[in-house]
Design a protein around this ligand. Structure first.
Ligand code: NAG
Ligand code: NAG
Ligand code: NAG
Ligand code: FE2
Length: 477
């Protein structure tokens, strides 16, 4: 008991000493109402031409970034699933053949969903591509990432809980000004499940058309949230994730996953692990086995940056969804600390929050510290469920702000993570501020494996690193 008091006191002093007491931002602004953009708005318009490809989006198609999966929908007829591509605009020397699928949801019949894997690409190259036929053909481009290399620089965006309101559009447009090359999406895409019957399918289509302005040109790395589950017995729809799985393919086989809802990719200097908050994850489940194996495969000498995506945050001090991540935290937090994950991004809570490096792994049901403590080897937890969907903001934070919470604000926005090299990355959270993009929270992230200035490497050689790095410390990043 005394020991605990002493520990709490020293924890408190630590935060005071460093001047790093958590901040709750009081920022309030006039915002767009949280309503979906009406169907007739031009940003949701169907492209002109008979059977023109629509809802075009790409994702990484393999483990290392030399392939993309291009997905689109044709509404009038099956049409062609062929992608023509090449190194300059209008000069398509290569073709790839895709596959066609369709599904029903209640009485809604989806369009023809084309998925085409374009593989064997060169790294760091701009490709132009064309889909559709004749007058209805449409042209886009994308860039492949640099080769997997510890010092490859790369800029990611992070978006969550996007939806299809005017706030969603604002987030999307601000993101597109950021210069980032790929989105790490932390779940809850269209919020189509807030509609009923045939409108669910209709709103998946409008969402696909809304985001095409970005997703046709750069890969978004998808993870699933609760709004993807769509378990609706009253409509006879009980197959979970049906719309999401039909429309947003992931390269799960490339990481030996048995399920599209959890998988990993490597991109430039990052190893990205996508988890499913709404699939079984306790010990012995397929996701647990897969994650255990995937974490062992991570090679920080090749991909220094280890990033995990999930929908439900493990640390959240908002009244909304408070403690919903506890079960996954109990299952996986120990691994995240052991493998020195750099950052864990989550969504779900419609606000922004960043944690200090803390862990709560000493607690077990028969004893130990039952609260989070500063832990230099732990990840930083960031919640960006603030994309701007029709449910509105989660504006009630718990009071007082817990010690683990570094910064929190209930407004809309997106983040970027700009990796410079193996030791440094710059992180920004950009609020949507009355039509402007305003950086509100930012810091320099030092790699958890390489540290700053290659210190880690030196320690490795001297076999001192476990002694020094495993001790909880006052330095938080
Ligand atoms: C898929 O499309 C084919 C061809 O138009 C059609 O016959 C079939 O009913 C559709 N299937 C579903 C599940 O909608
Ligand atoms: C649980 O924590 C207590 C106190 O730290 C410790 O003595 C015990 O060995 C732990 N038990 C397990 C199973 O880790
Ligand atoms: C890594 O990037 C940081 C930030 O730009 C820079 O200060 C540092 O010198 C770089 N390190 C190396 C080894 O290039
Ligand atoms: Fe959610």
């Amino acid at each position: 008991m005394l020991l605990h008091l002493f520990f709490l006191l020293s924890l408190f002093l630590t935060f005071i000493d460093n001047g790093t007491a958590g901040k709750t931002s009081a920022f309030v602004r006039t915002q767009f109402p949280s309503v979906d953009i009406p169907l007739e708005n031009e940003v949701l318009a169907v492209p002109k031409g008979y059977n023109a490809p629509q809802q075009v989006h790409i994702s990484q198609g393999d483990y290392n970034g030399k392939a993309v999966i291009i997905t689109w929908v044709t509404a009038d007829a099956p049409g062609s699933s062929q992608v023509r591509y090449g190194l300059s605009k209008g000069k398509y020397d290569f073709t790839a053949e895709g596959t066609l699928t369709n599904y029903t949801f209640y009485k809604y019949k989806s369009g023809y969903i084309h998925q085409c894997l374009v593989s064997g690409l060169q790294y760091d190259t701009k490709y132009y591509y064309e889909i559709g036929k004749g007058d209805s053909a449409r042209n886009f481009w994308f860039e492949t990432p640099p080769e997997v290399d510890p010092d490859a620089s790369y800029k990611f965006g992070i978006i969550g809980d996007l939806g299809q309101t005017y706030n969603s559009l604002s987030t999307l447009q601000h993101y597109m000004q950021s210069g980032a090359k790929s989105v790490l999406f932390v779940g809850d895409l269209s919020y189509a499940d807030r509609y009923q019957y045939n409108d669910v399918g209709v709103r998946w289509d409008t969402f696909g058309r809304l985001i095409e302005q970005s997703t046709a040109y750069q890969p978004w790395i998808w993870s699933a949230g609760n709004h993807e589950i769509e378990y609706f017995p009253y409509m006879g729809e009980v197959f979970p994730f049906r719309s999401f799985l039909s429309r947003y393919p992931t390269p799960y086989r490339a990481s030996k996953s048995s399920n599209p809802l959890w998988y990993a990719i490597r991109r430039a200097s990052a190893h990205i692990i996508v988890l499913s908050s709404y699939s079984p994850f306790v010990k012995y489940t397929p996701q647990w086995h897969w994650l255990k194996h995937e974490l062992k495969k991570v090679n920080r000498e090749k991909t220094p940056w280890l990033i995990v995506l999930m929908h439900v945050p493990l640390y959240n001090s908002n009244e909304a969804h408070f403690m919903e991540g506890e079960s996954m935290r109990a299952a996986y937090e120990r691994w995240f600390v052991k493998y020195r994950v750099d950052i864990i991004f989550a969504g779900h809570v419609h606000a922004y929050e960043r944690s200090y490096r803390i862990s709560n792994i000493h607690y077990n049901v028969s004893g130990g510290d039952a609260y989070p403590v500063p832990d230099k080897t732990a990840p930083i937890y960031i919640t960006v469920g603030d994309g701007g969907n029709s449910e509105g903001l989660a504006s009630r934070f718990r009071d007082p702000q817990p010690e683990y919470s570094a910064f929190r604000e209930a407004s809309y926005g997106h983040s970027t993570l700009e990796i410079k090299n193996r030791t440094h990355a710059f992180y920004h959270w950009n609020r949507n501020d009355d039509g402007n993009k305003v950086t509100t929270d930012s810091f320099t992230l030092h790699n958890q494996y390489w540290g700053s200035g290659g210190r880690r490497r030196k320690l490795n050689k001297n076999h001192l690193h476990t002694l020094i790095l495993d001790r909880p410390s006052t330095a938080l990043f």
